[in-house]
Design a protein around this ligand. Structure first.
Ligand code: HPA
Length: 249
């Protein structure tokens, strides 16, 4: 069975890797995915915004994306989420293995179990991200130069606007470490589809209120190194983990 790499902002393709497009028709719409050719094991690449980033976070068809993975038999998925830093100890260009989330999205189709024929089910989010995949990410991380924090609370806002300084202050008080717009409902839908899912946030800016205006990390050596480390780490973990050992919560 293939494993999946779900990517978003700033990661639209995989350098040096040949991708072969395939379309999957789901009950929620079509999703375009890419088979990674020549990988040591079967991996599909899913750019959640589309390859040219033409879908904003609140309009991503999260249900079609995760359903497509389920239909392909995917049991393990690693995701990346661009984030802003709320916690002073997690500066831009650091990465975080997400351990929990605060969901501030609204108006998104956020469940496969919305009643009627699809039934009603309340999935357990006591452990929001797969512990098996998280552990393997942390074990593999020391061989990469970029800093990877072992845990962090991800705040998901609806976007597409960025936050106000007061919102960021509130998120900090609630325990948020990083803020992004695309991690939910993806993580929840993966759980509903019995796909083991973990995500790494990579910070590209201080969140609102840290500076007069938000300054995104410019394309440059630092950003490139972080992106290279991140993709190599995720691909390594997808290749070295197995469906059989996964928890399939
Ligand atoms: N806020 C929300 N989403 C983001 C940010 C941010 O500061 N940076 C990257 N994605």
């Amino acid at each position: 069975m293939p494993a999946a790499l779900i990517a978003g902002t700033l990661i639209y393709d995989l350098p040096g890797v040949t991708l072969e497009e395939r379309s999957v028709d789901t009950p929620f719409g079509e999703t375009l995915l890419y088979d990674i050719r020549g990988a040591e094991s079967e991996i599909v690449f899913l750019p959640r915004h589309g390859l040219s980033h033409d879908t904003p976070p609140h309009k991503i068809n999260y249900r079609a994306n995760i359903k497509a993975l389920e239909m392909l038999g995917v049991k393990r998925a690693l995701a990346v989420n661009a984030v802003g830093s709320i916690n002073q100890d997690v500066p831009p260009l650091d990465m975080v293995v997400l351990s929990d989330f605060l969901d501030f999205t609204s108006g998104r189709e956020a469940t496969f179990f919305d009643g009627g024929e699809r039934g009603v089910k309340h999935v357990d989010m006591s452990e929001p991200y797969c512990p098996y995949l998280r552990e393997h990410l942390l074990e593999a991380a020391p061989s990469y130069a970029s800093t990877l924090h072992s845990r962090g609370v991800y705040v998901c806002t609806n976007g597409p606007r960025l936050e106000s300084p007061a919102e960021i202050k509130m998120f900090a008080q609630l325990g948020g470490d990083v803020v992004g717009m695309t991690g939910l409902p993806e993580a929840v839908l993966a759980r509903e589809a019995n796909i083991c899912y973990a995500s790494v946030g990579f910070s590209i800016n201080w969140a609102a209120g840290f500076q007069d205006t938000i300054e995104f990390t410019e394309d440059g050596e630092g950003l490139q190194r972080m992106k290279d480390d991140l993709l190599d780490l995720l691909l390594e973990v997808l290749v070295t983990t197995s469906d059989a050992e996964c928890c399939h919560t």
